[in-house]
Design a binder for this molecule. Structure first.
Ligand code: ADQ
Length: 503
């Protein structure tokens, strides 16, 4: 069984024919990035005024430095619903970031509920993260997913110059490559998945598994964070669609004979030099020292920084810390854990549950171990400016990164890039993509509470020499494999696969 170039099973564009003339688009662009969210988002102040800020999250952190230095267009949603009273368009002065122009896709409140909160975040996100919570599949939500993916594809088809490169990102937009290939067969199309790609046994649960797979196979390169994810995808193409796999490539039927889809891993990274420079800035170093002082100059300062998500293992880590206080491994008067947890996806039920659970665990630990004037945990449930985050990385002795599953995890790399004196210790879950690249961290299995506690204590009591040796190795990796290299290797793979392709 092969799939047709028109991808009839995939894109569902039948019945919605669209004529697109790229060359008619004024200022058509050669590099277009497509992601659910634009890199900026708005907030409403108490007096009703709107302010715009950089969006939080890993995808924006990774792509922003890559794109602002290249002439490009970023297509995405602004986070505001077009049918609500408080809707404001992205203001003119923010219509570009450096060299990158922003193009807004508008979504209604009901589309956000079904495409984003629903199918993307209550079905795909848990399914792709090992079904840590049960995925919920609703047909109407998948219909909205398809409608919104089509809107993105059509916008890109109109913006892209002839033969342009289009780079589609993440699980919210998996149908876009297939739809785009139908509309604009001249384009070079890449897709990168920022989250894990699950084993075939799990993936097969999904009612629209073939549709999604066809959508992804519309790309020339499908990139994953890990070799495991890429392997799972190839196996699925072979088993579910009976496609031929040749080395890294999956062969699909194209307009001019078989078309190669390169399926490979491209572990994402950070702008390591930018973080290093911030960590050397005297103002940031002063802020780090002030923070330690404000926390009562603890002997050991532990830190967690995450979006508040049930995949991140925030609850597990705080519980382990509390047990260590309970058992006397840490002195509650001389140890502090700072946990920063940015609010995230608050309309999705499971996120409300984890938010309440973390608040409860923090409260319990404070009640049991806090004394007048001292608190062994500080919990910040709001976004923190980038500089303050780096000051925390500089201040912290031990960084706790304990997800149950994470595509990569950039926070651990940011911590490493901030340790300009080769000190500090990273405790890192084996179930992050980063673990494969950072074997010199104290690697832990977050499901094994005792093992994790032992590793936290080992990291806290390791000799300065041992910490420095590990940190040097971690830094070497993070500086050699930075985000610029990631972007270049993905774009090079796209060029290689499509070189000499009939136009
Ligand atoms: P995320 O799940 O968002 O990313 P992560 O990779 O750790 O997770 O990136 C989070 C980013 O947001 C970091 O750059 C961090 O500095 C920033 N951040 C976190 N908390 C913040 C706060 N309170 N205030 C301000 N900034 C904060 C997804 C995948 C990951 C993958 C990335 C990139 O889930 O596995 O690594 O995309 O591909």
């Amino acid at each position: 069984v092969t799939i047709s170039a028109a991808g009839s099973a995939g894109s569902g564009l039948a019945g919605a024919p669209l004529e697109v003339r790229a060359d008619s688009a004024a200022g058509a662009r050669d590099l277009i990035v497509v992601a659910n969210r634009l890199p900026i988002e708005s907030h409403q102040d108490d007096d009703g005024a709107t302010t715009w800020e950089r969006s939080p999250g890993g995808l924006v952190s990774a792509l922003e430095p890559v794109l602002t230095s290249r002439p490009s267009t970023w297509v995405g949603w602004s986070g505001r619903c077009s049918d609500e009273d408080d809707y404001v368009e992205v203001p003119e002065h923010l219509a570009s970031l450096g060299e990158c122009e922003l193009h807004e896709i508008s979504l209604t409140r009901s589309e956000v509920r079904s495409y984003y909160d629903g199918f993307s975040n209550a079905a795909l996100w848990p399914l792709y993260h090992d079904a840590i919570v049960s995925p919920v599949y609703h047909r109407t939500e998948f219909d909205a997913y398809r409608t919104v993916n089509r809107r993105f594809a059509q916008a890109v088809a109109e913006l892209a110059a002839p033969g342009a490169t289009v780079w589609v990102h993440d699980y919210q937009l998996q149908l876009v490559p297939g739809m785009l290939r139908e509309l604009r067969p001249d384009l070079v199309i890449g897709f990168f998945l920022h989250i894990p790609f699950p084993p075939i046994e799990l993936y097969l649960q999904m009612p629209w598994r073939a549709v999604v797979l066809h959508g992804l196979l519309g790309a020339d390169v499908v990139g994953f964070q890990s070799a495991g994810g890429a392997g799972n995808f190839r196996q699925l193409a072979e088993r579910l669609l009976s496609l031929q796999v040749d080395g890294d490539d999956v062969l699909v039927e194209g307009a001019h004979g078989p078309r190669r889809v390169r399926v490979a891993d491209f572990p994402i990274s950070i702008d390591s030099h930018a973080i290093d420079a911030l960590a050397r800035d005297p103002r940031i170093r002063k802020r780090a020292a002030d923070t330690r002082r404000a926390l009562g100059n603890p002997e050991v300062l532990l830190l967690g920084v995450d979006r508040l998500d049930y995949t991140k293992g925030i609850d597990i880590r705080i519980q382990a810390y509390e047990e260590l206080l309970e058992e006397g491994a840490f002195d509650a008067e001389k140890t502090v854990l700072v946990q920063v947890a940015t609010p995230s996806r608050e309309n999705v039920e499971e996120y409300q549950r984890i938010r309440d659970e973390v608040a409860l665990i923090v409260g319990r630990a404070l009640g049991a171990h806090g004394k007048m004037g001292t608190a062994p945990i500080h919990y910040l449930h709001h976004p923190v400016p980038r500089e303050d985050l780096v000051a925390l990385y500089v201040a912290a002795d031990i960084m706790l990164v304990t997800p149950l599953r994470d595509g990569m995890n950039l926070v651990c790399k940011e911590y490493v890039a901030s340790r300009i004196n080769d000190d500090g210790a990273l405790v890192l879950s084996e179930f992050t993509g980063a673990a494969a690249e950072l074997p010199d961290a104290w690697l832990v299995n977050p499901y094994d509470a005792d093992g994790m506690k032992d590793s936290i204590v080992a990291a806290a009591t390791a000799s300065p020499e041992s910490r420095a040796r590990r940190m040097r190795a971690l830094r070497a990796q993070v500086f050699e494999h930075d985000v610029e290299r990631w972007a270049r290797s993905f774009l090079d793979a796209l060029e290689e696969v499509t070189a000499g392709r009939p136009g």
